[in-house]
Ligand binder design. Structure first.
Ligand code: ATP
Length: 297
């Protein structure tokens, strides 16, 4: 018997970052939107915990116990006094180290899949508490849709979304390390009083009404200058997407994936074509949002 769970990638439509805290983390006001690029995580009983991965970026995914999917299985098993004897297969379509929370998606997916395989019937609250232990972005991968994350991003309030938004994600060659991008943020802001992060009322209103032009005007990512500083070539990708007709372009999370908001699905298809032809990215993926959170197939 096996269980397969489908889990979406995310884009941060707002990522407001506060100054470094004494523990090194940053307070965030993080507005997550789940988008229709998915990993599929399949678990089946096995003699011991093993991980395999398929997909274009599979070679960059760790197959040992540092994989967030393996850690999720271990944490859930430990809470129930079980041995995490499962084989986990990740069919990976979310870019790796791309700022789209692919590892977090696999953690949430493996957690839900193991819960079903082992017949545990854990409550949503129990699953969310394990997700928060796994990482700041993991609870959102379970929930999907749209949500405001505060604290380190892991305290979630679900948000209403009034319509579909159409996007193109330009996948860059190679990844960017999230800690390195935060380090660069700290370096760039060393002599600045960084304000406390707050969610933008205009952005929340744009999500609620589903108006793409309003959302385009409110997209904001405080990590973007740091990502551009570490990867200056992203400026050319952003410029190519804008000249292809995007309503707005932004670095996704810690990058290096860039996200372009289109006015409709046809607009997204044509922006994707232009971005591919521009030679400024490895791949351009049109998709829409919001997407459902982790779902057993
Ligand atoms: P975020 O947007 O949450 O900052 P990201 O999308 O930039 O994350 P991930 O794809 O989640 O980055 O991967 C970051 C690193 O985590 C990888 O380089 C890899 O070493 C490690 N990792 C652990 N588990 C996984 C997994 N299941 N899939 C991909 N990477 C994983």
């Amino acid at each position: 018997m096996s269980v397969t769970v489908r889990v979406p990638a995310k884009v941060n439509v707002q990522l407001a970052v506060g100054g470094a805290r004494p523990d090194g983390f940053h307070d965030l006001a993080n507005v997550f939107l789940a988008v229709g690029l998915y990993d599929e995580v399949t678990v089946s009983a096995a003699p011991s915990l093993t991980v395999t991965c398929s997909g274009p970026d599979a070679a960059q995914v760790p197959l040992d116990r540092t994989n967030l999917a393996a850690r999720a299985a271990e944490l859930l098993a430990a809470r129930h006094g079980l041995s995490p004897d499962v084989h986990i297969h990740i069919d990976k379509d979310i870019p790796v180290a791309g700022g789209m929370a692919g590892g977090s998606a696999d953690g949430a997916g493996a957690l839900l899949a193991c819960d079903a395989l082992w017949g545990l019937g854990s409550s949503r609250a129990e699953l969310l508490s394990i997700c928060a232990e796994l990482g700041s972005d993991v609870p959102f991968s379970l929930v999907g849709g749209a949500a405001l994350g505060t604290g380190r991003g892991e305290r979630l309030t679900e948000l209403a979304v009034g319509g579909d938004f159409h996007w193109v994600f330009a996948v860059a060659d190679g990844g960017l390390s999230t800690p390195a991008v935060y380090g660069e943020f700290d370096r760039l802001n060393a002599s600045v009083a960084v304000p406390a992060p707050t969610a933008s009322p205009a952005l929340l209103e744009a999500l609620r009404t589903g108006e793409a032009t309003a959302l385009a005007g409110a997209l904001a990512n405080d990590l973007q200058p740091a990502a551009l500083s570490l990867r200056p070539s992203l400026s050319a990708t952003l410029a190519a997407g804008m000249s292809a007709g995007a309503l707005a372009g932004i670095v996704s999370g810690s990058g290096p994936t860039t996200a372009f908001l289109a006015k409709d699905a046809d607009g997204a298809a044509s922006i994707a074509e232009s971005l591919t032809a521009s030679g400024t990215c490895r791949a351009a993926r049109p998709t829409s949002s919001p997407a459902r959170g982790a779902t057993v197939l």
